[in-house]
Design a protein around this ligand. Structure first.
Ligand code: NAD
Length: 230
């Protein structure tokens, strides 16, 4: 018998317990910056040095962080389910915890890409990407991040995976950033859906919706007991 497909939609809240701040919890600024300054094509065109430095600092923080209980529980669920984690996070803590199928909707901190050819993507060793770091065609490299106003190339794959979900877990996301938040509408309405958040977002009523008003570590510990018992 095929194992059930468990699809996880995760957001910045799951990494908060590893010491990486979310930004909506801190009055709409991301580490003191207006998000459009550091996470939009306009911000990049206006001041690429500031944008590179911003992501260098995020990379440094991610290198110092370790996966927490929440990340580890999701990795351990692979013993029982076909787990796919669709994350809005740009850190690599799901992978560090051992999750093997992770889709990064909003890009990855530890990759760069060419500003003239988006198919040229490179790993970043360490924390620094600088002005003057070039792709093989000679153009500046930028962070491999989906900025506000840009297309989300992994969205199509994510909708297909949501469509085949037998169980959905939504953890640590405010469900404010679209199109990621819309993924909830792609799952079969009858499957069990668990939402874990200490500060529960507004969600329209739907069948089989279970709200767990807890932080990621505690909430996922509770969820694993429910899922693995059944
Ligand atoms: P978000 O919209 O996903 O909101 C954060 C959510 O986490 C809130 O609903 C909050 O109530 C919840 N939360 C806070 N502490 C929690 C905990 N301990 N356990 C579970 N949930 C908790 O995320 P955002 O901060 O608004 O960021 C949106 C985008 O910004 C992301 O999608 C990402 O692209 C980028 N971002 C990434 C990171 C990262 O990679 N770790 C961090 C900050 C921002």
């Amino acid at each position: 018998m095929p194992r059930p497909q468990l699809v996880v939609l995760s957001g910045a809240g799951i990494s908060a317990e590893s010491g990486i701040p979310t930004f909506r919890d801190a009055d709409g600024l991301w580490e003191g910056h207006d998000i459009m300054e550091v996470a939009s094509p306009q911000g990049w065109n206006a001041n690429p040095e500031l944008v590179l430095e911003f992501y260098n600092q995020r990379r440094k923080a991610a290198l110092e962080a370790s996966p927490n209980t929440g990340h580890k529980i999701l990795a351990s669920l692979e013993q029982y389910f076909e787990v796919t984690v669709i994350t809005q996070n740009v850190d690599n803590l799901h992978e560090s915890a051992g999750s093997t199928r992770v889709i990064h909707l909003h890009g990855e901190l530890f990759k760069s890409r060419s500003t003239i050819d988006s198919s040229l993507v490179y790993p970043i060793d360490g924390w620094e990407l600088k002005l003057g770091d070039l792709c093989k065609k000679g153009s500046q490299l930028r962070p491999h991040i989906v900025w506000f106003g840009e297309e989300v190339p992994m969205m199509e794959q994510a909708t297909i995976i949501c469509n085949s979900a037998d169980i959905l877990v939504v953890v640590g996301t405010s469900l404010i950033v679209y199109p990621a938040a819309g993924l909830l509408n792609f799952v079969n309405s009858q499957i069990p859906k668990y939402v874990i958040n200490p500060n529960m977002p507004q969600i329209d009523p739907m069948p089989n919706l279970h709200l767990i008003h807890k932080g990621a570590g505690e909430g996922l510990t509770e969820l694993k007991e429910i899922l693995v018992k059944n």
